[in-house]
Design a protein around this ligand. Structure first.
Ligand SMILES: *[C@@H]1O[C@H](CO)[C@@H](O)[C@H](O)[C@H]1NC(C)=O
Ligand SMILES: *[C@@H]1O[C@H](CO)[C@@H](O)[C@H](O)[C@H]1NC(C)=O
Length: 338
């Protein structure tokens, strides 16, 4: 069945064997803003624009040592009402032949979540027992300075899919698709699944986690954690007229940090589940049912997609994001990036 094969493709990069938890849910767009409380805490504006989903405690700074700010949220744009985490990525722009840029919007996942006001589809996957994150935990994956496929491949699961339909789950690639995509572009971001068991963060926001080696967590990072994985559907459909694409045959999309290869794809995660809610969901081997678009997880309190659309955070950086822009927001700060 097609739904089954696409769902299995979606989890195909998880470790082999029986996948015990495939929690999948929708998160609407919380904000689009030039903030990054992990990489540039306290900085307003930051060098590049992000799209963010999750709890409304998202802010310029998100303290996690003195107190865990994420859990002070009063609403979340994700279906599990106890998930006040934040998940974010860079923003996609289309560059016209005359050199101006137009921001590309996110749309609800065509597999079940078209009612969502943009945002992301979030997964927590596991194969066997995992320890859910501890309060204050955060991490990033990928690197905006990567310029080559060899660099991008260091992270096996930061990929682009040129959607022919919402079902398309083939042709994963590490760079932007080179032809117009009828159903938009899906960007997937997966985080490593092993933790050093000690630190909620690290100076590069990455070295406290690691990938498994031969399907096992290495001795330096012995604790198996849930696999955080998210998909963003970029609505590139308004920009599919090949006659408007660059005359030199290249593709017209560019990340908000100036990357027109796609190799700089990266994602950020701030853990913010209330209490033991995520651990309960992982222990209960929760899963999600693509036929009924149903999250099968009685231990979690869920809200409707209409309710997820109601949780938003007002943009703090006042700037025009929606006209045809002469330059990418923050291009004057380039060189200042991680
Ligand atoms: C965000 O931080 C500012 C201070 O930088 C504060 O005034 C504001 O209330 C915070 N917003 C939220 C939603 O926490
Ligand atoms: C640049 O091109 C876009 C897309 O064709 C168009 O909408 C916009 O008006 C143009 N801007 C200028 C300054 O020519």
């Amino acid at each position: 069945m097609r739904w089954l094969s696409s769902f299995l493709a979606a989890v195909a990069l998880a470790p082999a064997g029986v996948i015990s938890t495939t929690l999948r849910f929708s998160c609407a767009q919380l904000a689009v803003d030039r903030l990054d409380p992990i990489v540039n805490p306290g900085q307003n504006p930051t060098p590049h624009l992000h799209q963010i989903v999750g709890g409304n405690a998202f802010n310029v700074t998100m303290d996690h040592e003195a107190h865990d700010q994420a859990t002070t949220a009063t609403c979340t744009s994700c279906q599990p009402m106890e998930d006040f985490s934040n998940y974010w990525t860079a923003v996609l722009f289309y560059k016209a032949r005359n050199g101006t840029y137009k921001r590309v919007s996110t749309v609800g996942n065509g597999l079940g979540y078209t009612a969502s006001n943009g945002g992301q589809t979030v997964y927590y996957l596991s194969n066997g027992k995992v320890i859910a994150f501890i309060p204050g935990f955060r991490m990033t994956v990928g690197n905006p300075s990567y310029k080559t496929q060899a660099e991008a491949r260091k992270n096996p699961a930061l990929q682009f899919t040129c959607l022919d339909s919402p079902m398309t789950r083939s042709g994963y690639r590490y760079d932007f698709p080179t032809t117009p995509c009828k159903g938009g572009i899906m960007v997937t971001v997966r985080f490593p699944t092993c933790w050093n068991g000690k630190h909620t963060d690290s100076p590069d926001h990455q070295s406290h986690v690691a990938y498994p080696v031969s399907r096992k967590c290495p001795s330096t990072h012995p604790v198996a954690i849930p696999e955080v994985f998210y998909e963003t559907y970029w609505d590139t459909r308004p920009f599919n007229n090949k006659a408007d694409w660059p005359a030199d045959g290249s593709q017209p999309f560019v990340w908000s940090f100036g990357d027109n290869t796609g190799y700089g794809n990266h994602g950020d995660y701030v853990f913010g589940w209330k209490g033991d809610a995520l651990q309960r969901a992982m222990n209960a081997k929760c899963n999600s049912d693509l036929i009924n678009d149903k999250v099968n997880c009685p231990t979690l309190k869920l809200q409707s997609i209409a309710d997820t659309n109601r949780c938003t955070v007002k943009r703090r950086v006042k700037e025009d994001l929606d006209s045809w822009l002469k330059a990418l927001p923050g291009s004057d700060m380039r060189g200042d990036m991680r």
